[in-house]
Ligand binder design. Structure first.
Ligand code: NOJ
Length: 569
C-alpha cells in the first residue's frame, strides 16, 4: 500500500459537462466553460478532474451514446478546446481523466450503421445480434427474457435483417460484442488516442457489463414482463480477460489512473479481481452500495426520506476493511446518476442544511481511497422539485415513466415517488451565483435550475467563511497538504461505536498517529459514551464548540469532528 502513486494522493472532482458552465451561451455546458472555471477548481483545491463524455453523440443519454470516439461533440466545443483545457489544467497541477465507454456505442455510430445493414456486413459481429424466437401462437419474442437497465427488455428488434440486437441501456445504445477481437483492437486504439493527447486516465463506464452470459432465459422470479437478472451481464469472469488485455495493450507505458464503474452487483471479492494490483486490470472501482442506504427507492415522497445510519456504516465498513492492503479504493457520495447527497441523507430544506452537508463531508472524506466530489456537492446543492414529465431529461426516467403510465400507474404519484431517485436530480445547472440562470449561461439553458440557486450558490459561499464551500476547501487542504495527510491517505481504518444508530465513528491510524472521526448523521441529538482516548488536537468540526471525549457527550444534530487522539489515556 505504500507505493505512492499520484492518484492515491489526489483529490478528485467530477464534472458533468452539460450542466457545469456554458462559455459560449448556447445553453449547454462546454469544454471552454471548464477551462474558464479552472481557477475556481484551484481555489477549491482539487487536483484531479473527471469530465463526463464530450464525444460526438446524438445525446440520447447525454453523451454516453457515442457516435465517434475520436471527435468532440460540437455542442461541447472542439478538439482544440480540449487540448487547451488539458494544458491549462496541467499548468495548475490538475490531472484530467475522461470517460472511456467500452460497453456500447450510439446506434448512429458508423460501426452500427454498417452492422445493421446485412448479416454478412464486415461490422455485423461488432454488436450482439440474435434471431427472434416464436411462441406457440407464432408471435415473435426476444432471444431472452432479460430486462434492460433503462426499462423494457434488453433486446431491440431490427426489421432490416429480422434479428434483435442487444442493448442493456437505451435502444439507441447497442452493446458491443467484446468477444470480437476487432472490437477489442478498436477500443485499444481509442484509449491510446486520448492518452497520447495527454489525458491522465479514465473512468471506465459500465465496465462490469462487457461480458454476457449464454443467452438463455432467466428463471429468477419476477412480477415484471422482463426479468431484472443483472447477473446475466454483470461481473462475469470473461471480462477480466478483456481488462487484462486493455491494461497490457492500451494502458501500459502511461502514468495513468483507471477507475472502473462496477455498480450495484459487485462484491468486495469482485472488486479485488478488478483492482488488486497483481491482477493488472484497473486501479480502483466505484461501487454503488452506499447509494442505497435509505429508502429513496421506496419512499412515496420527500417527507418519507430517512437515513439509515447502521446500514450506511455497514456498507462503508465492508469496502474500507475489505480492500485495505489489497487494492485501492475510490470514495464518493454521489455522481451524475444519483440523487443529491444532502437530499438523500441530510436535511435538504430544513435549518440544518449546511450543517448536515458538512457532517456528511466529514463522514466520507476522512476515509481511505481516492475521493471524488460531484460538481455542486461542495455548495450543498439539493434535488429539485419536479412537477411534470416535461421537467425531466433523462432517457432512463422518461422510458420508465411511460412504461409505468401505460401499465396504469398514476402520473403524479409516479413522479412524486420516482423523482427521489431519478438521475435528473444531479443534472440541474451548476449554481454559480444568484443572477440569471444561476450564472450558468446567458442563453436558454438546456435543463432546469434548482429554485434555491438564489441562496445556494458559489459566489455567496466564497464570501462566507462558514459556508459549505469553505468547509470543503478546508477538508481538501487537510487531506492534500496538512501534516495529517498521510494518516488520511495511507492510514488503516477501524469502525468504532458499531452498534450506534446515529453515530458514524472511525479511527485512522498511521505510523503512531491517529485520527478519530466522529459524526452524528441524524437530525436528532445523539449520546456517546466517554471514549478511551486522549484528545491531542481538534482538526475540524461542524460546530464551534469545546469537546470533551472523556465524558459522556451529547452531540447535536449533524455535529461532527475530526480529532487527533492518542490511544492510551
Ligand atoms: C453509467 C453512466 O454513469 C450512466 O450515466 C450511463 O447512462 C450508463 N453508464 C450507460 O453508459
Amino acid at each position: 500500500m505504500n507505493n505512492n502513486k499520484w492518484w492515491k494522493e489526489a483529490f478528485g472532482y467530477q464534472i458533468y459537462i452539460r450542466s457545469f458552465y456554458d462559455a459560449n451561451n448556447d445553453g449547454i455546458g462546454d469544454l471552454q466553460g471548464i477551462t474558464e472555471k479552472l481557477p475556481y477548481l484551484s481555489y477549491l483545491g482539487v487536483n484531479l478532474i473527471w469530465i463526463c463524455p464530450f464525444y460526438k453523440s446524438p445525446m440520447d443519454d447525454n453523451g454516453y451514446d457515442v457516435m465517434d470516439f475520436y471527435a468532440v461533440d460540437k455542442t461541447y466545443g472542439t478538439l482544440e478546446d480540449f487540448k487547451v483545457l488539458v494544458e491549462e489544467a496541467h499548468k495548475r497541477g490538475i490531472r484530467v481523466i475522461i470517460d472511456l465507454i467500452l460497453n456500447h456505442t450510439s446506434d448512429e455510430h458508423s460501426w452500427f450503421i454498417e452492422s445493421r445493414k446485412s448479416k454478412d456486413n464486415p461490422y455485423r459481429d461488432y454488436y450482439i445480434w440474435r434471431p427472434p424466437r416464436y411462441d406457440e401462437l407464432g408471435n415473435r419474442k426476444e432471444p431472452t427474457n432479460w430486462a434492460s437497465f433503462f426499462g423494457g427488455g434488453c433486446w431491440e428488434y431490427d426489421e432490416q435483417t429480422d434479428e434483435y440486437y442487444m442493448k442493456i441501456f437505451s435502444k439507441k445504445m447497442p452493446d458491443l460484442n467484446w468477444e470480437n477481437h476487432q472490437v477489442q483492437e478498436e477500443m485499444v486504439k481509442v484509449a491510446k488516442y486520448w492518452l497520447d493527447l495527454g489525458v491522465d486516465g479514465f473512468r471506465v463506464d459500465a465496465v462490469a457489463h462487457l461480458a454476457k452470459a449464454p443467452f438463455v432465459d432467466s428463471d429468477m422470479p419476477t412480477n415484471y414482463r422482463y426479468t431484472p437478472d443483472w447477473g446475466r451481464f454483470s461481473n462475469l469472469p470473461k471480462l477480466h480477460e478483456y481488462l487484462k488485455m486493455m491494461r497490457k495493450k492500451a494502458f501500459s507505458g502511461y502514468d495513468l489512473m483507471v477507475v472502473g464503474e462496477v455498480g450495484g452487483g459487485a462484491l468486495v471479492e469482485d472488486a479485488l479481481k478488478y483492482s488488486a494490483p497483481e491482477e493488472e486490470e484497473l486501479d480502483m472501482v466505484f461501487n454503488f452500495d452506499h447509494n442505497w442506504c435509505n429508502n429513496s427507492w421506496s419512499a412515496k415522497d420527500r417527507t418519507e426520506l430517512k437515513i439509515n445510519v447502521p446500514h450506511l456504516k455497514e456498507m462503508f465498513d465492508k469496502w474500507q476493511t475489505g480492500l485495505f492492503g489489497k487494492a485501492w479504493n475510490a470514495i464518493y457520495w454521489l455522481n451524475h446518476d444519483q440523487p443529491r447527497v444532502v437530499t438523500h441523507y441530510g436535511d435538504d430544506e430544513g435549518p440544518l442544511h449546511d450543517r448536515s452537508a458538512k457532517a456528511l463531508a466529514v463522514a466520507l472524506y476522512f476515509m481511505w481511497g481516492t475521493p471524488f466530489i460531484y460538481n455542486g456537492e461542495e455548495i450543498g446543492m439539493t434535488n429539485p422539485h419536479f412537477k411534470s414529465i416535461a421537467d425531466f431529461q433523462d432517457v432512463s426516467f422518461i422510458t420508465q415513466y411511460y412504461l409505468n403510465i401505460q401499465n396504469g400507474t398514476d402520473p403524479e404519484a409516479y413522479i412524486a415517488h420516482a423523482s427521489l431517485s431519478t438521475r435528473d436530480n444531479a443534472r440541474t445547472l451548476m449554481q454559480w451565483n444568484d443572477g440569471l440562470h444561476g450564472g450558468f449561461t446567458k442563453g436558454t439553458p438546456w435543463n432546469l435550475i434548482n429554485e434555491n440557486y438564489r441562496t445556494i450558490n458559489v459566489e455567496s459561499q466564497i464570501k462566507d467563511p462558514n459556508s459549505i464551500l469553505n468547509f470543503y476547501r478546508k477538508i481538501i487542504e487537510i487531506r492534500t497538504k496538512s501534516p495529517f495527510r498521510n494518516i488520511i491517505i495511507y492510514g488503516s481504518y477501524e469502525l468504532i461505536e458499531k452498534e450506534h444508530n446515529q453515530i458514524y465513528a472511525y479511527l485512522r491510524r498511521f505510523e503512531g498517529r491517529n485520527l478519530l472521526v466522529l459524526c452524528n448523521l441524524t437530525k436528532e441529538a445523539a449520546t456517546v459514551d466517554k471514549l478511551p482516548y486522549t484528545l491531542e488536537e481538534r482538526v475540524l468540526g461542524t460546530m464551534d464548540k469545546q469537546i470533551n471525549i472523556n465524558k459522556k457527550m451529547v452531540l447535536e444534530p449533524y455535529e461532527a469532528y475530526v480529532l487527533e487522539i492518542k490511544e492510551e489515556i
